[in-house]
Design a protein around this ligand. Structure first.
Ligand code: CP
Length: 303
């Protein structure tokens, strides 16, 4: 496999290989050996057509820790603003002897499209409301680290499932590994045929939380939202927001996840996000090892 375009194109063995490789890199990082010489002859371009904090910095750090040469491209400060196409932009970057492109783009399928038109390894860092494969990998990896395994665990994904690439990639990854998955959110923010992906819908948040081992709380994707389909923020928080009182009233102690960025006080309160039950910053930490693993494994195909 030359690209990572979505979890949809992986199998369980691929995921286990990525996790075992990430285990190795995490151990290396934890021994304070922050840099390995593995990819000294590889050049990677991170091209971002959408805003990012975690994914962009995490990929850049992962690439630098593998000793790759790195260039960063932000569409907002580029000749895209003068009308240059995606293919022309990427082919110009590749002509500078770049081997791999990590791309975030607002259009679903942008990475797949690019992979068919340019000669480089493409890593999808989030394509619109479609997929965010490295986020799903780091999420599953964090569940495995916290609970020992993903298989057999009950995971509920709460919030704006309709517009969330994190939700779709997580559903694919969790189902491949044998987790039980439910989604919970307002009916207007659930895709019509979500059950066809092997997940159950639960619109009662308390029931969903009492069922699960892990709750992955999503942000409302205001940037992709048709406002007429949406409850007000206050209504959303009342029905689907998690606060400490609700968490403490559950039958058991569950694990709280969030891909970030958090809208504090909307989908979760600060006393939940910053609680002992939250593994939100562990997810971010694990993102670097996961991205090192993905880049290392893909680079082995192009070296
Ligand atoms: N989780 C995530 O994709 O965050 P960023 O948008 O900040 O990269």
């Amino acid at each position: 496999v030359k690209h990572l375009l979505g979890i949809k194109y992986l199998n369980e063995n691929d995921i286990q290989l990525i996790f075992e490789t990430a285990d190795h890199f995490k151990e290396v990082i934890n021994r304070s050996i922050k840099k390995v010489p593995s990819l000294r002859d590889i050049t990677i371009a991170n091209i971002f057509f959408e805003n990012s904090t975690r994914t962009k910095l995490s990929f850049e750090l992962a690439e630098k820790r593998l000793s790759a040469d790195v260039i960063n491209f932000s569409a907002a400060q580029s000749s895209v603003k003068k009308g240059e196409t995606l293919i022309d932009t990427v082919n110009n970057i590749l002509s500078m002897k770049v081997d791999m492109v990590v791309m975030r783009h607002p259009n679903p399928g942008a990475g797949i499209f690019l992979s068919k038109h340019v000669n480089a390894s493409i890593v999808n860092a989030g394509d619109g409301a479609h997929e965010h494969p490295t986020q799903a990998l780091l999420d599953s990896y964090s569940i495995r680290e916290k609970l020992g395994d993903v298989a057999g665990k009950n995971v509920v994904i709460v919030g704006d499932i309709l517009h969330s690439r994190v939700a779709l990639s997580n559903i694919f990854a969790l189902k491949l590994q044998g987790a039980n998955v439910k989604v919970c959110g307002p009916k207007t923010l659930l895709p019509k045929h979500i059950e066809s992906l092997g997940v159950e819908v639960e619109t009662d948040l308390r029931k969903a939380l009492n069922w699960c081992d892990v709750a992955n709380m999503l942000r409302i994707q205001n940037e992709r939202l048709d406002i007429s389909y949406f409850p007000t923020t206050r209504e959303y928080t009342q029905q689907f927001g998690v606060n400490k009182k609700l968490l403490n009233s559950l039958d058991k102690e569950i694990v709280i996840m969030h891909p970030g960025p958090i809208n504090r006080g909307v989908e979760i309160t600060s006393d939940v996000a910053d609680s002992k039950q939250s593994i939100i910053l562990n997810q971010v930490e694990n993102g670097v090892a996961i991205r090192m693993a993905v880049i290392y494994l893909l680079a082995s195909k192009i070296k």
